[in-house]
Write a protein that binds this ligand. Structure first.
Ligand code: ATP
Length: 259
């Protein structure tokens, strides 16, 4: 039987900050089209792992292979161009720019019309700009932000800013999307709507998604598989059912609710 190669393959990935191994010998495989969770107590190394996958940090040891390419030591923007895009735990929008310009900026980093045609205002520039404007508006519609397109990003309510962050990440045309606590600070209704939306964009854009989330019920509800980190080490991975009943996970979360 032929088994297809994973979209993302992480082997023995480690990073050391002084005396602290923030990520230690981590293994992970994501198949194309999966929606996986990454969980673990505070300080477990989840965001650091995202930073390693996206080139923010260079690993001390180990390899990251994405879509057949070794990512080690590639600059973050090159990794984004390969189709691995992310959002951040702390919202990183251009607050003074309009909502639609925030998405357009993200498109420009991928734009196919050349810098020269833009400088000289050649027809290719205007055609490219029109396409970008249309695509950006489409993304705003998907995230129900189109009515706010001319509003400064900083004036959006928090939940909408979080949605705009994801729209911006999608403008990078990812095949793998990493979401760092996408529902942080949202109320239960906003969170439920966001999770529905994440399911929709996954199908619509044929995405593979890895998401960090603290709300256990939510992770168990939406993810097909879950990876669990504790003190930088991978202590478990499996289906929500397997994770819920794993003694190591229960111990790591002692005092917190796992189900
Ligand atoms: N640049 C850095 N220099 C030194 N230590 C760091 C650095 N980045 C992260 N760490 C440490 O690595 C450990 C893991 O941090 P990380 O932010 O990845 O955890 P996390 O699982 O994302 O936590 P949380 O759920 O609280 O966001 C922490 O002890 C943190 O202080």
């Amino acid at each position: 039987m032929e088994t297809s190669k994973p979209l993302l393959s992480v082997e023995q990935l480690s990073i050391q900050f002084g005396g602290l191994k923030a990520v230690s010998d981590v293994y992970m495989e994501l198949a194309s089209g999966e929606l996986c969770g990454l969980i673990g107590p505070n300080g477990a190394g989840k965001t650091t792992l995202f930073n390693l996958l996206t080139g923010v940090y260079v690993p001390t040891e180990g390899t990251v292979t994405f879509n057949g390419h070794r990512l080690n030591k590639l600059a973050p923007y090159k990794i984004t161009r390969k189709g691995l895009c992310r959002t951040f735990q702390n919202i990183r929008l251009f607050g003074e720019l309009s909502v639609i310009d925030n998405v357009k900026v993200a498109y420009h980093s991928q734009a196919s019309h050349s810098m020269l045609s833009s400088i000289l205002r050649l027809p290719g520039h205007f055609k490219g700009e029109k396409v970008i404007e249309e695509k950006a508006f489409e993304l705003l519609e998907i995230f129900q932000l189109e009515l706010y397109k001319d509003e400064k990003a900083k004036n959006l309510p928090y939940g909408m800013q979080r949605r705009l962050e994801i729209a911006r990440a999608l403008a990078g045309n990812p095949s793998l999307l990493l979401l760092d606590e996408p529902a942080a600070g949202m109320n239960p209704k906003e969170t439920e709507e966001l999770m529905g939306l994440i399911g929709q964009i996954k199908e619509r854009f044929s995405l593979t998604i890895l998401l960090i989330e603290h709300d256990m019920q939510l992770v168990m509800g939406v993810c097909e598989r879950i990876y669990v980190l504790d003190h930088g080490q991978l202590i478990a991975h499996g289906t929500p059912e397997e994770i819920r009943n794993n003694p190591l996970v229960i111990e790591a979360y002692l005092g917190e609710e796992v189900s």
